[in-house]
Design a protein around this ligand. Sequence first.
Ligand SMILES: *Cc1c(COP(=O)(O)O)cnc(C)c1O
Length: 395
Amino acid sequence: MQEKINTNAWIEINLNHLTHNVRSIQTKLPSKCTFMAVVKANAYGHGDILISKHLNKIGINSFGVATLQEGIRLRENGIKGEILIFGYTQSCYAKQLQYYQLTQTVIDFDHARELFETKIPLKVHLKIDTGMHRVGFNHENIEELVRIVEFETFNIDGMYTHLSVCDSKSEKDINFTNKQIQKFYQAVEKLEKCGIKIPNLHIQSSYGALNASNLQCDYARIGIVMYGVHSSLKDHRQQTIKLRPVLSLKAKIGMIREATIGEYVGYGCAYQVEKKTKIAVIPVGYADGIPRNLSGKAHVLIRGYQAPIIGRICMDQCMVDVTHIPEVRKGDIATLIGVDGSQEITIEQLAQEGETISNEIVSRLGTRIPRVSSEVISKENIGTQISQLDLNLKK
Ligand SMILES: *Cc1c(COP(=O)(O)O)cnc(C)c1O
């Protein structure tokens, strides 16, 4: 299918950086531990198919998603390997799980029974709750786990838990993490005493891999750090990995205009101009994922200069002060996330300004902005050409 790319605004994906991050993280994992790439929520906003195809190409054959629909999307786009669904899937979709060869997490006994009653053979991982109180069997409920092993339609391929404070270095939190790990292995041991050996065990996500890297697990489920981003500037990292951000967000200035002293910019007359001001209008707004609460806080980069966003961020556009930027003109590239000259706007910085974590910033980037690999961008001169450029890209 041919698709026209809108080059007013685009998300640039650097696949070389993705490879770099994967390889760097892999060196920190035990040799028998499989890298499971977590590509839920449109690969944290990066574009699930673009990201997963590249991962397949560099030898990653294990994926984690949140929902059945996300798993089906990967399969329909030719993604190979195993795909584990972390979330609840209703038993009426058991046929789809089987057809698309998706591995389903069993989140509790009711879920197990519901899936079993369909009589459809399924590959599953059992989820153990060790203190987060999200999904999973209570770690003490060995009796229920033992009963599930008798559900002959299940191919029980793995069992896992999820750590909830492994990004912290306070003593209290480290103790909590250790308790979670301990509870998980106690459950494993009790099952073994009942003669049950589950083939694949896993615990760590990104911060587990960084801060509890001594664990000998069969998988590490890596999300945020694979994209070259830390959740927050304040988090704890025992292992330091030089990450490279995979994503940049760029747009072309749609219009340059002027306002004089006393005039207003944007909704609510929330910003009043104090001097003669040159304003650039950028075709990206909160519907594209730039949080509205960054109005008056965030900057964009133009010609290597910082330009503050002024007035309230609109749904589809925002206005920036470019008075100080020489020769600025329509068609110039504004970088909302990424590098321009010696300047950089990081996702961590936006997250801090928006009082959230990087994971939320990237996963909420809107779907109407095309995700394009850096290679295509340089080949087609998207990032340099000022005239309108329509690009035909093979999907
Ligand atoms: C989202 C998720 C992950 C990935 O977490 P990161 O912190 O982004 O690495 C791993 N496991 C489960 C169960 C998840 O839901």
